[in-house]
Ligand binder design. Structure first.
Ligand code: UDP
Length: 313
């Protein structure tokens, strides 16, 4: 039975990871400062003997007794709306927070996995994005608090691997969606679903020609679990290569909900990447992983969640 430390455990992806590890019979210590995570996401696990939640900000040194086998650093403000509101906290959790989590892994001789991001590629000039692409990031733009904190976290993780021989993994996560996303986090999936369920026009930023590729959370967590036991030290893209323009995505949402497609256009946020699609040939080769859940199936699960927990009113 392995013992895991997970930061960001009450977040959208973190809570699904907790579910999978607990279902495997492992022990989980879940840490979150609840700045964007929600205690509701893990409420069903609290009270189980293998699960313990500690409300803690990992930018403060972590003093938790007992040895861990695996440390997962997921904590971050992942939605543009949230990291633009909290740029300093975002930089802190990617830098000091990563260091504190790495120090636990060194203390215990544990494995360490960092959840990084496709934002490391910035507004990419190479398409689709391979892990060998170094990216096109504006280092002083409004999104830099997120992009650069994750790039620093990757560099720090590699340094700990090189200096301490730590067994590290780095996942570059592309747009992910599913149940437990916060309805008001400003990201396009909850925003469009919320608007469609309320019969309101969908807010398209820019002309909607920018693209994204959406991965269902169960597929993503499967990829993380495979990566955590692999010997691959360099970053691995995890995402679904099925690419859509945001306008096409709005059409899919309207069809799924069965509402008339009505759009309103708002200004494109600063430095919003024009294209994003993962090249997942490395994940296929190294992890034997690729996404299995179609956008229709994944969105149907997500809509069911939003109808139950955040009913339109
Ligand atoms: N977007 C949009 N309407 C919204 C929210 C987002 O058109 O209400 C666009 C946004 O400009 C971006 C894409 O959808 O091009 C994905 O945005 P999101 O915030 O979900 O994540 P990002 O990929 O930018 O991190």
């Amino acid at each position: 039975m392995m013992r895991h430390l997970i930061s960001g455990a009450a977040g959208f992806i973190g809570s699904h990871l907790c579910d999978r590890l607990i279902a495997n019979g492992d022990r989980v210590v879940a840490v979150d400062n609840l700045i964007t995570g929600s205690a509701r996401n893990i409420a069903h696990l609290c009270g189980q003997t293998n699960f313990k939640f500690i409300e803690w900000d990992v930018t403060r040194p972590i003093e938790i007794d007992g040895r861990f086998d695996q440390v997962w650093h997921l904590a971050s403000l992942a939605s543009p709306k949230d990291y633009l509101e909290h740029p300093i906290e975002t930089l802190e959790v990617g830098s000091t927070g990563t260091r504190n989590m790495l120090d636990v892994a060194v203390r215990d001789g544990a494995r360490f996995l960092l959840t990084s991001t496709s934002e490391c590629y910035g507004d990419p000039l190479v398409h689709p994005q391979q892990e060998t692409y170094w990216g096109n990031v504006n280092p002083v733009g409004v999104r830099s608090c997120y992009d650069e904190s994750k790039r620093y976290a990757e560099a720090l993780t590699m340094a700990y691997h090189r200096v301490h021989g730590l067994r590290t993994n780095i996942a570059r996560i592309f747009n992910t969606y599913g149940p437990r996303m916060a309805l008001n986090d400003g990201r396009v999936v909850p925003a469009f679903l919320d608007q469609a369920l309320r019969g309101r026009p969908l807010t398209v930023f820019g002309d909607g020609s920018q693209t994204r590729s959406f991965c269902y959370v169960a597929d993503l967590v499967d990829g993380l679990l495979r990566l955590s036991v692999s010997e691959e030290r360099y970053p691995v893209n995890l995402g679904n290569p099925a690419e859509l323009t945001i306008r096409e995505f709005a059409e899919r949402i309207a069809r799924l909900i069965g509402c008339k497609l009505e759009l309103t256009f708002e200004p494109l946020p600063e430095d919003d990447p024009k294209k994003r699609r993962p090249d997942i040939s490395k994940a296929k080769r190294v992890l034997g992983w690729e996404p299995k859940v179609s956008l229709e199936d994944g969105l149907t699960e997500t809509v069911a969640y939003f109808r139950e927990f955040a009913p339109a009113g």
